[in-house]
Design a protein around this ligand. Structure first.
Ligand SMILES: NC(=O)c1ccc[n+]([C@@H]2O[C@H](COP(=O)([O-])OP(=O)(O)OC[C@H]3O[C@@H](n4cnc5c(N)ncnc54)[C@H](OP(=O)(O)O)[C@@H]3O)[C@@H](O)[C@H]2O)c1
Length: 375
């Protein structure tokens, strides 16, 4: 509860960004608890997932944040916590629909606004915490799992024996993608940017881990494919390659990745981290412009003739597709239940130390997931 110079301020603490910029723009503000309207639920958060996208929101470069919220903005897509109040009225529950009750522990998704000790969301954005998960684990999973699920089960479904290459494989999305691909019987080449991440990617089931800090990415990937497809085999003659590549790097790796796809291969692009300098709180305009100008263009005629696809998506545009979200989280429960998915390594930070969490994530050295914990 906050007590400022003017006395009582309110129970809710949230991280508010008034203008785009560096870590100093992440301000802690107090306000009275919000009231849930019809069909809405007020949750006291216990843990909040941090995503690389939140850093881009803070920098003012995240398109859907500008489209849906503008300034000021409270970032954050996911949280877990306890239901404090359920808004009166609203639609009656549909058959089989989850109805959160006061006192229950829930996990939730929201299009921005989760960096707070209180969150109000439509009840359809809340789900029971999967059995056996802590509040921290529950908040760490949804966005990363949904991203991996959407890429590998909806957009570019992988099959038994497929070769999949996952960039940034020890990170939040990467560690989920690796496990989802493995659960579908695919064989994964994991790419990491530093040596301390190699063991994490291997433990998650990667057959090959390419450490970009010590070896050349594409020669190592090609060598694995060559050995795997069998020297002189028919497949090799038909240009063996990867069936699916997941790429959130952008400019640096998209074009060569496309070149390393097998026929019918799919290159899934869902982020552009290489536009931003590692360890810097603000984008460098020159680097941004250079990366932007050099971004690859794919000619549709080439796609047809090469028999390959390039696909992209942004989960934040899918947040109101409740049926799909429920299906995805059901799949997450199934994989957690049968041991094919485990929660990521978690590094917790007090909510008030959000700047440190962003700094660490932007350093490009973290493994697994960073989670904020309201004090
Ligand atoms: N489209 C969508 O719906 C969607 C949804 C979720 C996430 N994403 C994107 O997926 C990517 C991963 O997100 P995440 O939250 O799970 O983060 P993360 O992978 O835990 O951390 C980011 C990782 O990206 C790599 N990286 C490459 N260039 C970087 C740079 N300039 N600065 C910092 N890191 C850099 C680093 O790993 P290595 O050095 O090991 O490569 C770093 O550890 C992000 O690009 C994010 O925007 C997209």
């Amino acid at each position: 509860m906050g007590h400022g110079a003017g006395g009582y301020i309110g129970a809710m603490e949230s991280i508010v960004i008034h203008r785009p910029g560096g870590h100093g723009r992440l301000t802690v503000e107090q306000a009275p608890d919000p009231t849930p309207g019809p069909g809405e639920v007020l949750v006291a958060t216990r843990a909040i997932g941090v995503n690389y996208a939140d850093c881009i929101v803070r920098m003012g470069l995240y398109a859907s944040a500008k489209e849906y919220v503008g300034w000021p903005i409270t970032p954050g897509f996911e949280f877990s916590g306890e239901v404090l109040a359920v808004g009166a009225g609203g639609q009656p529950a549909a058959a089989g629909e989850y109805m959160p009750a006061v006192g229950e522990l829930v996990v939730g998704l929201t299009r921005f606004g989760a960096y707070a000790s209180r969150v109000v969301v439509p009840r359809t954005n809340l789900f029971p915490i999967p059995t056996g998960l802590t509040a921290l684990e529950a908040a760490a999973l949804p966005v990363n799992f949904l991203t991996a699920w959407y890429a590998l089960e909806e957009l570019a479904p992988v099959e038994e024996g497929d070769r999949v290459l996952v960039h940034s494989a020890a990170g939040g999305v990467g560690s989920m993608a690796l496990q989802v691909a493995r659960a579908r019987g695919a064989r994964v080449a994991a790419v990491v940017g530093s040596s301390h991440k190699v063991a994490a990617a291997r433990e998650l089931g990667a057959e090959l881990v390419i450490d970009k800090s010590t070896e050349m990415l594409w020669p190592a990937a090609a060598q694995w494919v060559r050995a795997d497809s069998g020297e002189g085999s028919a497949e090799q003659g038909a240009a063996a390659g990867f069936d699916v590549i997941l790429d959130a790097n952008g400019t640096e790796t998209l074009r060569p990745g496309y070149g390393h796809l097998a026929p019918e291969g799919r290159l899934v692009t869902y982020g552009f981290a290489s536009l931003f300098p590692r360890g810097a709180a603000r984008p460098n305009p020159l680097r941004l412009a250079w990366g932007w100008l050099r971004r690859p263009r794919f000619d549709p005629l080439d796609l047809i003739n090469a028999n390959k696809s390039v696909m992209g998506f942004n989960l934040s545009y899918l947040f109101n597709r409740q049926a799909a979200l429920a299906r995805a989280l059901g799949r997450m429960d199934e994989l957690l239940g049968n041991g094919q998915l485990r929660p990521p390594t978690i590094t917790p930070y007090p909510l008030g130390e959000v700047a440190r969490a962003h700094r660490d994530l932007e350093s490009g050295t973290t493994i697994g997931k960073l989670v904020l914990v309201p004090e």
